[in-house]
Design a protein. Structure first.
Length: 579
């Protein structure tokens, strides 16, 4: 007797879908969401572990209003549902180890639970009243009044400048920024509960270059589009609530560092709304288009655009005209931006690594000096700065290595057809690696005496206190000050495909909405100037210090085409969708 895999949850119809045919979703016990056609979903509903193929065929024929035979049922189970991990193999009840799962380049990695699902559900229930319409209107009006006062009357930048040289206040602002990220996640969870879905855990992981938070709100796939959009916007809405709370505390205490935290909170909101990577803006756009996995639509869109490639590969899922316009516009915007960012990163990699290592050395020396002097605040600040500098540097190298591995695998699948080509591939890879290594070494030598690359984007000021700077600054040296930059990534999809009797159903990627903490940068003024080699002749004292900065990172709730899974864990929003 056919049996469903353990823990399978039927979400039902995907409301507001941008596909030409009705779409249904189910969720496996491992969190992977799978998109099914209407026929396959009726078949899944008819399987109860007690009916044989004949009885299942009779029930599907009645509910689907089309004649289905027992042979059709056996074919659909063997060729469609078992490979997707929806129906268990004979003699088993668990999802097969080789069942398709999302493994995306731009997905949240290394997920760990911070708040258990039961605790999240209780807190989300307690905060859900904030999503009632009249409350939302009052919050937005209060936020408009707060911004008018802060930016037009009091002045926002002056509040920030007042805490730049105070390590204790900088640590306080950083702590408030981290707390706002967690509160952001509860905004997604409470909006999910308010819409009638069940939120899951809140956790953390690494998204692109930064540690990030996420909320498992996969269950939103079974509610309306309005409910999903409310969940998408719940995070930034709670950021606004958080800033209003800080403004109220400032009114009582008159502490300027609270205004600095409010000022940085605006950057967190703006970054979350950028729909380039899987942050809140990405999931807002995907729900407006009715396509959970926008990245999964890149290949079909490019195939349609290239001459002679329209009919190549499997037939893409048909979208409605409105969804096709949204997706095509998004692809035409995102592809050049991501390509330019990757080219910039690779081209400037030697300089970025050199600058990052110099900044790490400065932070390590500052931490050692602070510890030896018994400066507790300075020690904490320096260690924290070291960790936040090391994370994006290591993540950048990892991201480029993973991208290179993907390209090599794609090349291997294309050319491994004969023995000669099988031999040529490893030889070609070895030659390429040696060539890149030689070029990189020559490049480093050529640029050794050039100033380190200074990233023009805003970055967090150094949190290393000036009293414990490792290298004393000459009176003739210029003083540099970095601008603040908060970074949030608030984290988990692949192509959407409509499953039919002739086309396999596709697992839905697990969106992960994530939020990343602000990135600090080493104060250029504290960087140690490199001394020229001496040859017995005294050298003149240095008159300038080469600034050291850390490149800013780009950071934060998807159905597929063909057999590709979509990751539906919205970071800080969907696990299945993680938002």
């Amino acid at each position: 007797m056919p049996r469903l895999t353990d823990g399978l949850v039927l979400h039902g119809k995907y409301h507001g879908a941008g596909f030409a045919e009705p779409t249904f979703t189910v969720r496996r016990i491992d969190g992977q969401v799978v998109q099914l056609s209407q026929l396959l979903y009726h078949l899944v509903c008819a399987i109860d572990g007690a009916r044989d193929a004949e009885r299942i065929a009779a029930r599907v024929s009645a509910t689907f209003a089309r004649e289905v035979t027992a042979q059709d049922i056996d074919f659909l189970i063997d060729r469609k549902l078992q490979p997707l991990g929806v129906v268990a193999a004979p003699g088993h009840t668990r999802v097969a180890a080789d069942a398709p799962r999302s493994d995306l380049l731009l997905a949240l990695k290394g997920r760990r639970t911070l708040v258990a699902p039961k605790a999240v559900a209780r807190i989300a229930r307690a905060l859900s009243w904030l999503h009632y319409g009249p409350i939302v209107v009052l919050v937005l009006l209060a936020a408009a009044a707060m911004d008018a006062w802060l930016f037009l009357i009091h002045g926002a930048v002056s509040a920030l400048l007042g805490v730049l040289n105070e390590p204790v206040l900088l640590l306080a602002v950083f702590g408030l920024a981290v707390a706002s990220l967690l509160f952001h996640e509860f905004g997604h969870a409470s909006a999910c509960h308010f819409g009638g879905a069940k939120p899951g855990r809140i956790g953390c992981g690494i998204y692109l270059l930064w540690p990030s938070l996420f909320t498992d709100v996969t269950d939103v796939y079974r509610i309306t589009r309005t409910g999903r959009l409310r969940t998408d916007l719940g995070g930034v809405y709670f950021n606004v609530v958080y800033m209003l709370a800080l403004a109220g505390i400032y009114a009582l205490t008159d502490q300027p560092f609270l205004l600095a935290a409010i000022y940085l909170g605006h950057f967190e909101i703006l970054e979350q709304l950028v729909p380039i990577v899987r942050l809140d803006g990405y999931y807002i756009l995907s729900d407006l288009a009715g396509v959970p996995d926008l990245f999964g639509q890149i290949k079909p869109v490019l195939r349609r655009a290239l001459p002679g490639r329209r009919d190549a590969g499997p037939r893409p899922v048909e979208l409605t005209r409105r969804s096709r316009i949204i997706v095509t516009t998004w692809v035409a915007t995102v592809i050049p931006l991501i390509a330019a960012e990757l080219i910039y990163m690779v081209w400037n990699l030697p300089s970025l690594i050199r600058t990052g290592l110099r900044s790490l050395t400065t932070q390590a020396q500052a931490a050692t000096s602070a510890i030896s002097h018994g400066n507790v605040v300075g020690s904490i600040a320096a260690v924290l700065g070291f960790l936040l500098l090391a994370t994006p540097l290591a993540a950048t190298i990892y991201l480029l290595a993973r991208l290179g591995r993907s390209l090599v695998r794609s090349l291997g699948r294309t050319v491994l057809t004969t023995r000669a080509r099988r031999l040529a591939v490893p030889v070609g890879i070895a030659v390429t690696v040696l060539g890149v290594a030689a070029g990189l070494g020559a490049w480093l030598d050529q640029n050794a005496d050039r100033p380190a690359l200074v990233h023009k984007g805003p970055s967090m000021p150094s949190i290393v206190p000036s009293p414990i700077a490792v290298t004393p600054r000459s009176s003739s040296e210029p003083t540099h000050r970095a601008n603040p930059r908060p970074t949030t990534h608030k984290a988990l999809p692949t192509p959407h495909s409509h499953a039919t009797a002739s086309a396999p159903a596709t697992p839905v990627p697990r969106p992960t909405r994530s939020t990343a903490p602000p990135a600090p940068a080493t104060s250029p003024a504290d960087a140690t100037p490199s001394a020229p080699p001496t040859s017995g002749i005294p050298s003149a004292p240095p008159t300038s210090t080469e600034p050291t900065t850390t490149p800013s990172s780009t950071g934060s709730q998807s159905p597929p085409g063909g057999d590709n899974p979509w990751n539906t864990g919205r970071n800080s929003g969907h696990q299945g969708r993680r938002r």
